[in-house]
Design a protein around this ligand. Structure first.
Ligand SMILES: *Cc1c(COP(=O)(O)O)cnc(C)c1O
Length: 255
């Protein structure tokens, strides 16, 4: 059973054919980028970023064969995903947004992977919640590669110490690193920096690359790419009222 859509954007019926086509095209581009880098397509996991999308859009993606999804808000993920799990046992949820400490317990219950571990107090909260719940999601340390004040992530010069501390504490549950490079600059040096950091720490998972730059990220070793608008269409700007089909211009035609 599917719960009634609780989220923003639900007034616009999702364009199921466009989502299917978007997934197919992104899949092809991922495979091409991987082969171009001498890598295997199956070594790159697509996380379909479904934030702000109604549950019906997620269902359409599931029916098209997509299993892994990303959300940036715990509450929104909690409303949309648990009802889908029983019908879709292969479904995997990644939390990719900055995480408040007081949401850590919910995140630990909900997520298969938390990609935004970025400070000691959050590590404490996740560890405590993991003990209580008897489950611990896979974890990625998010690095604020551009040292931008408004972004989540451990600062670059604190990254080594924090990664080592998380490794000691979480062992194999710490899988790798994640970053969101600054907008408007060449992301390649940032991707290269993150890949080097992961290699130094013996971590195999690298979550980097979004709609605009996932091919560059794959060329630099990304094993996870997080793609939203190139699959589901443009999201309304924060505060903007979704306007039906106008919110989906650009599906299958990423800039
Ligand atoms: C929204 C979001 C994405 C996807 O962005 P698109 O440009 O729509 O592909 C990827 N990663 C994070 C952390 C996000 O918040």
């Amino acid at each position: 059973m599917v719960a009634s859509p609780p989220d923003p954007g639900s007034d616009a019926a999702p364009d199921i054919a466009a989502i299917r086509l978007g997934l197919q095209r992104i899949g092809e581009r991922i495979a091409q980028a991987a082969r171009g880098a001498g890598r295997r397509p199956e070594d790159v996991t697509l996380v379909a970023v479904s934030k702000t999308q109604p549950q019906a859009a997620i269902l359409a993606a599931l029916q098209a064969g997509q299993a892994v999804f990303g959300e940036n808000r715990v509450q929104e993920a909690a409303a949309k995903f648990p009802p889908l799990r029983s019908d879709w046992p292969a479904l995997r949820l990644h939390l990719i947004g900055g995480l408040q400490t007081n949401k850590a317990a919910d995140a630990v219950r909900l997520a298969d992977t938390i990609e935004s571990l970025d400070r000691p107090r959050l590590a404490d909260a996740i560890a405590q919640a993991g003990d209580r719940e008897g489950r611990l999601p896979a974890l990625l340390v998010q690095v604020n590669v551009g040292d931008e004040a408004q972004k989540s992530g451990v600062p670059r010069d604190e990254a080594d110490a924090f990664i080592a501390a998380c490794r000691a504490r979480f062992g194999d549950r710490l899988r790798g690193l994640m970053c969101i490079p600054p907008a408007e600059v060449d992301p390649a040096p940032h991707f290269a920096w993150l890949a080097d950091r992961a290699a130094r720490h013996g971590l195999s998972v690298l979550s980097m690359g979004m709609s605009a730059d996932f091919e560059t990220a794959i060329a630099h070793g990304a094993t996870i790419v997080r793609v939203g608008s190139a699959i589901f269409g443009a999201r309304p700007a924060p505060g903007e009222v979704p306007r039906g089909s106008a919110a989906r211009v650009g599906v299958g035609h990423p800039a």
